[in-house]
Write a protein that binds this ligand. Structure first.
Ligand code: FAD
Length: 481
């Protein structure tokens, strides 16, 4: 029996002792056993134990069944799989840490190329560089570099893959001090749509090097990154929980903007989860749960953080001197929230804007509703807008509105809530950071690449991926001559 699973064919064969065994022919005449023989890494077929786990991504609500999942062991495997997908016109999902909000790390009927077995990391402490395979997570990389008192800035979550966060830009705890993740990217190895492995840097394939610094997974499979490491030993950082009044929120933002570049902040105005360090009377109520990182001298750090502590009596204060890797606490495995989220840039969060946030958040019926405020500027803003494909260098604040909920059936109500608050917060030409985009349509992808950035990316896409093999992403179609 031959079944068509989108572009893959599943051949179900009767076993002599009864029962059935599925043999998957990926594309035209390439069987799972042949694929296994050709690759050094693991090949996981739909009929195997471990398939369901292997097709699971961070966000819940994506029940997609790939024809095959390949856990690549090396560059040769990646090149093979890329060629296989191209020759058979199969959808290809490229996955590093699996945290795509749009579920781009898993394909329905196509091939998943999972890089999570490629986690080699070499730190050259003397030259302050790191060579990292892209299956590493931000937390793993940070822990290893931290042993030398060094760091590259990623985001706020350790389990995010360095593959996806880097290619989109990378906004995190060191953004004001050391810029985006891509501002520390010195070079990359990338398998392009024709299956070739290219080394790209400012001198070699400079167009491609420009494009992968913000253009996401559109241009090939990044196998390895070379990063600059910064000296980030002890920081003053951690969580500060404050009341969520409009005054506290707007004053927090004002202080964060006035703070020295050493201090980067991420403030989540949200319904308080029942965490042991939060007094019970706050559970389910709105709080401002802020993460602060002062990357510099401890005494100066305490001085920089004092104005935030003075905004109101803290509900919890866990800000302390710590080694930088401690900012990524261990995460609970098996956590797969269903979420709807919208991101935008803003110029101002004054009392009126904060009041809008509070009013809307209080009206949400989600398990957890949040507006996240990231004050930008500093080193990120000092890089010229056209220097990389991340073109939002001048934006002052990033806002992320999100609702987490229990069942896909509830989607409509939470989508409406998120849309309502997003519209209320929107300030002129909002724009969006590509890594915080869900599946929001073509116009929103264009908002991620304003002005000439889009045209330049589309031209580079036409050169390196003319058939749009890498399309399961926030897609930039190749320019047509
Ligand atoms: C809980 C959470 C917290 C987050 N916090 C931050 C944050 O603080 N700052 C921030 O900037 N972002 C943050 N993000 C967004 C995050 O950067 C993006 O979701 C990113 O794409 C995730 O990368 P990944 O490798 O884990 O995901 P994946 O789903 O594996 O990859 C996402 C996409 O990136 C591309 N891709 C990934 N790896 C490769 C590769 N090696 N080669 C080619 N293409 C590749 C593919 O197109 C893929 O579909 C967060 C996301 C989550 C879920």
């Amino acid at each position: 029996m031959l079944l068509k699973n989108k572009s893959a064919e599943i051949y179900v064969e009767s076993k002599p002792n009864g029962g059935e065994v599925a043999r998957v022919f990926v594309g035209e005449g390439i069987s799972i056993p042949q694929l296994r023989a050709a690759l050094n890494g693991r090949v996981i077929a739909p009929d195997e134990a471990g398939y369901d786990e292997a097709r699971t991504v961070f966000y819940g609500g994506f029940d997609r069944r790939p024809a095959v999942i390949v856990r690549a062991a090396d560059e040769a495997d990646i090149s093979h799989v890329v060629s296989l997908a191209r020759e058979n016109d199969m959808e290809l999902a490229v996955r590093s840490g699996g945290h795509s909000l749009a579920g781009h790390g898993v394909s329905d009927g196509g091939i998943v190329l999972d890089l999570s077995d490629m986690r080699a990391l070499h730190i050259d402490a003397e030259r302050r560089t790191a060579s990292a395979q892209t299956g590493l997570t931000a937390g793993e990389y940070t822990a290893a570099a931290g042993a030398y008192g060094l760091a590259t800035g990623f985001g706020d979550t350790g389990s995010v893959g360095i593959g996806g966060i880097t290619l989109g830009g990378g906004v995190g705890y060191l953004v004001r001090k050391h810029g985006l993740t891509i501002d520390s990217l010195l070079a990359a190895d990338i398998v392009t749509a024709d299956g070739r492995l290219l080394h790209v840097d400012a001198e070699t394939h400079p167009d491609l090097f420009w494009a992968i610094r913000g253009g996401g997974g559109n241009f090939g499979v990044a196998t390895r990154f070379q990063f600059r490491l910064q000296e980030v030993g002890t920081i003053v950082g951690g969580m500060l929980v404050l009341p969520a009044t409009p005054d506290v929120i707007s004053s927090f933002v004002a202080e964060a903007e006035a703070a020295p570049d050493e201090l980067s902040t991420i403030a989540n105005v949200m319904t308080a989860p029942p965490l042991p360090f939060l007094p019970a009377e706050y559970h389910g109520k709105l709080i401002t749960m802020a993460m602060l990182v002062y990357a510099g001298d401890a005494e100066a750090g305490q001085r920089a953080i004092a104005p935030f502590r003075a905004l109101a009596k803290p509900i919890a204060d866990m800000v302390r001197p710590m080694r930088y890797p401690e900012i990524y606490p261990p995460e609970e495995g098996g956590y797969h929230p269903i979420a709807v989220a919208r991101s935008m840039f803003a110029d101002v969060v004054d009392r009126r804007v904060a009041e809008t946030m509070v009013d809307h958040l209080q009206a949400s019926t989600a398990q957890m509703a949040v507006t996240q405020i990231r004050v930008l500027g500093g080193a990120m803003a000092r890089v010229p807008a056209g220097a990389t494909a991340f073109a939002h260098r001048g934006r002052r604040i990033m806002l992320n509105v999100a609702a987490m909920y229990g069942h896909p059936d509830e989607a409509a109500v939470h989508e409406a809530w998120v849309a309502g608050l997003t519209a209320a917060l929107r300030q002129g030409d909002a724009g969006v950071y590509v890594n915080f985009l869900g599946e929001e349509g073509v116009a929103r992808v264009r908002e991620a690449y304003p002005g000439a950035t889009w045209d330049r990316l589309a031209a580079i896409k036409a050169r390196y991926d003319p058939t749009n093999l890498f399309r399961l992403n926030h897609n930039i179609p190749p320019a047509i001559d």
